[in-house]
Design a binder for this molecule. Sequence first.
Ligand code: HEM
Length: 510
Amino acid sequence: MTLNLTMSNLDHGDPNLAGLFDALQGNILKSHGRDHSRHVFLRFTATPEACRAWVAGFADQVTSVAGQYAQTCAYRDSGTRSLFTGFLLSATGYDALGVARPDQPNDPAFQAGMKDVTTDYDTRPRGDHHRTPNPLNDAPNEWEDGFQTRIDALVILASGRKADSDGAEELLEEDLGKLTDGARGIAEVVHVEKGHAMRNDLGQVIEHFGNPDGVSNPAFMRPELDRIRRLRGGFDAYDGSAPLGLVLLRDPGGDDDTDYGSYFVYRKLQQNIAGYRRKCRELAEKMTEAATVLREAAGEVETDPPAFDEEYTNALCVGRFRDGTPISDYAAPGTTNLPNNFNFDLDVRGMRCPFQAHIRKTNPRTDTHREFGAPQTVEFSRRIVRRGISYGAEDLNPTDDWTDAGLLFLSCQRSIEYQFIFMQHAWSNNQMFIERGSGLDPICGVANVGETAAPQRWPIRWGIPSGSLAGNYDASTPDYVDYTFDDVVRMRGGEYFHAPSRNTLRRMAD
Ligand code: HEM
């Protein structure tokens, strides 16, 4: 029986899915949830036969969906900690194992590899299938050395949670040592990244600009969907569920029922924390000045001059305040439990959540249907599942620019070209999306080659016409300020991977 990829709301105990859950790697349908990790990049050095035998033997160490669930239950019930292990292959990795290109997963970006900037990709939304070279504007010769080299495989080791992570780092170092020893003569470790989740006072995972991260991720499993229903507002304004087909594809040559995998995009993204916060403050000052002028022009008495601050402009950049409150629904922070049941239907001019806001660029929540008449299902099928983790010092307020800190971005998808590349190129980097003047995504947008970043429009009247600053005003006076917010995140290196099922890894022995 072929697996039905339109399924969602899956139950761990479903006997029909037992084979899939035993074969499919963890951390795809649900995050592994650990706070410490090592990303170990390998290059195969032995003969294809020897490498295949090693990979087949390694399959038993790889954590499956079922294994991850058992680990979660054991931790919940008795505090038992265990290691999560993921195993991903690049196209050169498949080559080194002797798997011919036509027998490898066939996503064009996967096969080309991230260092390739010559392949053209189909990045156009409206069916004209215009092809673009280097849609991510990458400059691999500027990447860190560890990423300039050939990377065949990535092993993800993860363990420990913040509240209970004594010794997690030391144990991970031991596990890394065991991996290195076990692979000796087969593969060499060419690079290692250390990831660690940072958490705020509420225990929510945050990134270095201080915002909760990993909030709005497509959900597949019933417990996660239950949590969305109970805590995050439900599904009527935005459906956060997703079908298996958003992330899974059948392994070439694999069984229709059980042998599925996913593509992973890995990008080390350095964050300029001091620069970001400075820009937020500059923008806030500009907005305060402009709002004062606007009031005066409208003849309003300035008893309570509107004061914009870093908290507010950060929310304009991200689309959520630092407590997760979506700015499209609320003019100030104050919600709990990271709401996710919202869309931009009451904000069609982008006067609450600007069009360039990171979450509006990367998940327009049916804006494309309203603006272009695009089918809602098409926009939803572009979604990705994020499984990244922060790296570098936990200082959220450093004095220097470009400290060694950022995000080890990791996303799962069924198609790298159709989902990740499209999202980054056609939405975040596209200054005309969703309309002329929207500008770059201030968090991760990069101007295309030959373009400069134009100023984005930043609204100074939340929620017009019924917002906090509503009143009579001269319509010829703009209700936004122009400010160029860019270059706070830089790409330091990465690669495209595929996570095959454990069955496929085992079959490598044949
Ligand atoms: C250092 C770089 C980045 C930072 C600091 C960052 C930060 C954030 C934050 C704070 C959120 C909101 C909370 C949440 O929903 O999880 C978010 C959401 C999101 N980000 Fe990023 N992000 C980065 C890079 C990227 C990249 C490169 C992409 C893909 C092109 C991306 C795609 C998304 C998506 C799809 C969402 C969910 C939007 C939604 O459904 O509402 N992010 N990110």
